[in-house]
Design a protein around this ligand. Structure first.
Ligand code: GLC
Ligand code: GLC
Length: 813
């Protein structure tokens, strides 16, 4: 099995038993506005709301080793210096264990009879991180260990912090007050906030200058102060401010001591900034330290975190015959959906937090896996995203979470972006019944005073795709569609420009079949929404648009055995048997099938079988085949990657989920589960040396069969795979789906499953569902009883006021 760790399902933890994992294995702290990244060796950083503009602690990217810098604790035990999380000193530990749980990480290291336990978490609703430290003398002799904390402050703007050293080396400022270190760079001028790093007990020393604590020529593996055994009480003046505390302990055999540290982001609010010249008003910070210095306060906060997660997860729980599906769906997949909801693609081991903000299409898709947990936050997010749309229907491709403003550098004109808003909005209304969101005021990025509402945005989105079409009547692609690397208008020969921004899309003719498929899906959603609203005329108009696009697809996009992917700017098909490479792509099969194409002519089935024949592997389905071996100026970035990697025939897990859903639509539950397990990280534990990434969260990409490292996962955590896998298992395989009038249940399971049970909270009612499959089929709801009474159809009508509803379902051919 996995030599590096194991799932502890009953505790909802992943236990890492060796620090030298094949890659740093990450966890996230925080679920509201304050976040930390924390690896299994305590590496990572902390920020408030926005990883670029409010970075509190510093991190260096692409480091050697990979993960360096974080929440470090150095132990000096009679001259022997080590870290309980192994790094950065990497002294050999007698015992090590890291438990990544929901919103917390607990690391225990032991050496020479001294055990140090560190628990890191962010209390729900608070803008701070707690480090609870317990030191236990497990030896037979008295010990006088010295404990040193260490982390580097980031000067808030993480980009500036990295590249503008001529300024940043001169502005660093701190104040120290007892056990509390206040990082207040730029507070004298425009900032009304600071970072606080404090201990809940008196300390025996501190340092705030990195040069004093670490040294100039030393590194984090041989820092001066921990080896010398004494802090210097340095006060940073420019250069690199840090926070370090010293605590001297005296522990009899068997004795232990516990104390905590608070790392907080503090907004001054209405408080005056200064007590006197150069002396900041520390009132708000002091309140925080007082709160967590009270006995039991840290433990109470930790218990609350557990309750918050138990409540969140209780919205969806299932028990199926598949252990991987169970633990991922019930715990880790939903947990990952919280991270993608909060982070989009901004801050991970692979995203620096300074490059990307919140993606428009990404965030709309992330919502699909989050909606059932906290619909009120989903509502707010939908309106924020919509407000970054432009009045013509196009969108800012990304926006900055702090300012909620579109990012001009990456721009817009990705002609799929706007359609995803329809998916998230309709899903939200189905989940909540809150059709009123459609009338919520929502202007456009280029017309901030427009008196428009959310429904207007959905209509503008449909209209844009209907209007912006190419020679075959298919939607134009712009800079790219979902596949950011299919750049059919960029024609770039200049290595210094971005594939996504280069090229003129204004008079472009390149068309996307995937957008056409997505349009089918979106316009059908709109029609159903109008039906629900009792608006027959608009529903009819939507269905007309649908039929028109369907006709275009069936006339111009079918290649004989699968759907083509696109037409390039010269009108040449992409993803066709006519192409020497890139003959078949996955996305257009997924979206044409999900949009309802090929239903009556056998093409849907044939397209899916072609995916199986040409793209599927034991590690998932690759994005296209054969990979491009040379760069094609007319196709863009997709041909820039080495064969088998990323969009050039890598296994891009995100789009595998659409194929899963396609199998469910066609009623093949065996294939659906087989595809699901092929990319499921929990099912990769017995090949972890190849897979390398965390076994508890989905990765964006697994190297494809054409890569030398077939099966190696990359870019874990922040990927649309999280939300879509939740959808494909919860709504596809288990078939439990929110709908306008009630909860729809239509499972598509493997024949060998005798059934499953699930509990789903929906608009405040808990549905306890039992599905039986006596005759071993995949799909076919025959008999439904609700609280013992037979109902027809498979939508359980919503009845407000009930607490628990028992649903029994039998599948029969
Ligand atoms: C990345 C992007 C996403 C895009 C995908 C495929 O995950 O964040 O927007 O759809 O790559 O290119
Ligand atoms: C690159 C990546 C792709 C990502 C895009 C946008 O093209 O391959 O996955 O979506 O950059 O940042």
């Amino acid at each position: 099995m996995n030599p590096f760790g194991r799932f502890d399902d009953s505790k909802r933890e992943y236990v890492i038993t060796r620090p030298d994992t094949p890659l740093p294995w990450l966890n996230y702290l925080g679920q509201d506005e304050f976040f930390g990244l924390c690896t299994n060796t305590a590496g990572g950083y902390t920020f408030w709301k926005d990883a670029k503009l409010r970075r509190l602690t510093r991190y260096r990217y692409n480091n050697v080793p990979y993960d360096l810098g974080g929440r470090y604790i150095y132990i000096n035990d009679g001259g022997s210096v080590w870290n309980p999380g192994w790094k950065p000193i990497k002294a050999k530990l007698d015992a090590y264990e890291c438990r990544h749980g929901l919103g917390y990480t607990r690391i225990i290291g032991q050496k020479d009879g001294l055990e140090v336990e560190m628990l890191f978490f962010v209390p729900p609703g608070e803008n701070l991180e707690l480090w609870k430290v317990t030191v236990r003398n497990k030896s037979k002799v008295a010990k006088q260990p010295k404990i040193f904390t260490f982390q580097e402050f980031c000067l808030f703007d993480a980009a500036n912090d990295m590249n503008n050293l001529q300024r940043t080396y001169s502005i660093g400022e701190v104040e120290v007050d007892g056990s509390a270190i206040y990082h207040k760079t730029e507070y004298r001028e425009r900032r009304d906030h600071y970072t606080l790093f404090a201990c809940t007990r008196p300390v025996d020393g501190f340092d705030t200058s990195r040069d004093a604590f670490v040294g100039i020529h030393e590194g984090l593996h041989d820092p001066k102060v921990p080896f010398a055994g004494q802090c210097t009480n340095s006060k940073a003046f420019g250069w690199n401010p840090i926070g370090a505390h010293q605590i001297n302990l005296n522990l009899a055999p068997g004795q232990e001591e516990t104390f905590s540290f608070v790392l907080a982001y503090v907004e001054q609010g209405k408080e005056p900034k200064y007590d006197s010249l150069y002396v900041m008003n520390k009132k708000v910070g002091k309140t925080i330290v007082d709160k967590y210095s009270k006995p039991g306060a840290v433990d109470t906060a930790f218990t609350k975190l557990g309750t918050v997660w138990t409540d969140l997860l209780s919205n969806f729980q299932a028990s199926s015959p598949d252990p991987h599906a169970n633990r991922m769906l019930n715990v880790w997949n939903q947990y990952q959906c919280m991270a993608t909801f909060n982070m989009s693609r901004s801050a991970s081991m692979y995203e620096t937090g300074i490059g990307r903000g919140m993606g428009y299409r990404d965030s709309n898709q992330d919502l699909l896996g989050f909606m059932h947990m906290i619909p009120s936050r989903a509502r707010e997010r939908i309106l924020d995203i919509a407000a970054t749309q432009l009045s013509d229907g196009t969108c800012y491709h990304q926006y900055q979470p702090l300012t909620k403003k579109g990012n001009a550098e990456i721009g817009g004109d990705f002609y799929d972006d706007h359609l995803w808003l329809i998916l998230s909005t309709c899903q939200y209304i189905k989940e909540t019944g809150d059709v009123g969101i459609l009338q919520a005021p929502c202007s456009y990025a280029d017309q901030p005073d427009a008196k428009t509402d959310l429904l207007h945005h959905l209509e503008v989105s449909i209209a844009y795709t209907m209007k912006k079409r190419g020679p075959h009547g298919l939607p134009l692609i712009g800079h790219a569609d979902w596949n950011d690397c299919l750049n059919l208008n960029c024609f770039s020969t200049e290595p210094n420009e971005s594939f996504q921004c280069a090229g003129d899309v204004k008079d472009s003719k390149a068309e996307s079949v995937m957008i056409a498929g997505l349009f089918l899906y979106a316009s059908r959603e709109m029609a159903a929404l109008y039906d629900f609203m009792g608006n027959a005329a608009d529903a009819f108009r939507m269905r007309k648009g649908y039929d028109e696009m369907l006709n275009v697809i069936e006339t111009h996009a079918w290649d004989g055995e699968w759907y083509r992917r696109a037409y390039d700017a010269a009108g040449t098909p992409v993803g066709s048997k006519e192409n020497p490479e890139g003959k078949i792509f996955i996305e257009s099969q997924g979206w044409c099938v999900l949009g309802g194409a090929g239903q009556n002519n056998g093409r849907a089935k044939q397209a899916m079988e072609s995916v199986h024949k040409h793209l599927f592997t034991k590690n998932g389905a690759v994005l296209q085949q054969p990979p491009y071996s040379t760069y094609h100026v007319e196709l863009g970035e997709v041909t820039s990657y080495p064969p088998g990697v990323k969009e050039n025939a890598g296994i891009f897990c995100h789009n595998n989920t659409w194929i899963n859903l396609g199998w469910c639509l066609l009623g093949d539950g065996d294939r659906a589960l087989e595809y699901y397990l092929s990319i499921c990280p929990s099912a990769k534990e017995d090949q972890i040396e190849t897979y390398r990434s965390e076994p508890y969260v989905y990765a964006q990409m697994i190297a494809g069969k054409d890569a030398v490292c077939f099966g190696e996962a990359k870019n874990s955590w922040l990927t649309g795979t999280a939300a879509w896998t939740f959808v494909s298992v919860a709504e596809g395989i288990l078939g439990i789906k929110a709908d306008y009038k009630g909860l729809s249940i239509n499972p598509c399971i493997p024949k060998a499953w005798k059934g499953f049970t699930a509990s789903r909270k929906f608009r405040g009612v808990e549905y306890q569902i039992e599905v039986k499959n006596p005759s071993g089929i995949c799909k076919g709801v025959k008999k439904v009883t609700v609280d013992g009474k037979t109902v027809t159809g498979n939508v359980i009508p919503f009845e407000a006021g009930k607490k628990v509803v028992k649903v029994a379902i039998t599948l029969e051919a």
